[in-house]
Ligand binder design. Structure first.
Ligand SMILES: [Fe+2]
Ligand SMILES: [Fe+2]
Length: 213
């Protein structure tokens, strides 16, 4: 295992299945695939993907902060982590930019092709069969019901109480919109494919629940 990979992995020792090391491995595969299609710098992408969530676990233990600044904090941590590995400063800053902007909910916008790809690669992991599996793992972690009213109209605001949330609501409110937020052509293509799978999954679920199939 590459030294960077080995070091990155240590930050996930106590991570929950929804955001563990396998998430990083999948984001890496997504990023390398999109990177090849889009002609990006694959080494920048590789290191950025491996390090993109290293601050997540630490922030998650600081109640609430995990949702707001793991990208910012992770970018700083990654810079220090990369220095002893002999990377050039320019390379390090390219990776730092990718990590800093991988959430893109605030002012930190992905500017480079590698940053846009990391953003898409990370979002893709919430979609498709993996997206359904992760949603139901989160469901179990928070004692949620398997489904709720399939035809409910939802307010845009977040449901603060996780136990009142369900994977169906998560898809209706949030995940179904991800395909329209992709930043690369290949990322969008994959997102649409995964989105369609989720639509058919939840349609099948509803029909089974209603005794129609
Ligand atoms: Fe993240
Ligand atoms: Fe991530």
């Amino acid at each position: 295992m590459n030294p960077i990979e080995e070091e990155a992995k240590t930050y996930f020792a106590n991570a929950k299945p929804t955001h563990d090391w396998t998430h990083v491995e999948r984001v890496l595969q997504n990023a390398l695939h999109i990177g090849k299609v889009e002609g990006a710098d694959l080494e920048v992408l590789r290191v950025a993907a491996l390090l993109h969530d290293i601050a997540r676990e630490e922030d998650a233990t600081n109640k609430g902060e995990g949702d707001t600044c793991h990208a910012k904090k992770g970018a700083e941590m990654a810079r220090e982590l990369m220095k002893p590995h002999g990377y050039e400063n320019e390379f390090i800053e390219k990776v730092v930019h990718c990590i800093r902007t991988h959430r893109f909910r605030d002012d930190a916008k992905p500017e480079t092709i590698e940053a846009k790809i990391l953003y898409d690669a990370d979002k893709l992991d919430a979609l498709g069969a993996v997206g359904v599996a992760r949603a139901y793992t989160f469901c179990g972690e928070h004692n949620q019901r398997l489904y709720s009213d399939f035809n409910a109209e939802h307010e845009v605001q977040k449901i603060a109480d996780h136990s009142k949330h369900t994977p169906v609501v998560e898809f209706q409110m949030k995940l179904s919109k991800l395909k329209d937020r992709m930043l690369t052509v290949e990322g969008k293509r994959l997102a649409e494919q995964r989105h369609n799978f989720m639509v058919s999954f939840y349609k099948e679920l509803q029909e089974e629940v209603e005794g129609k199939v």
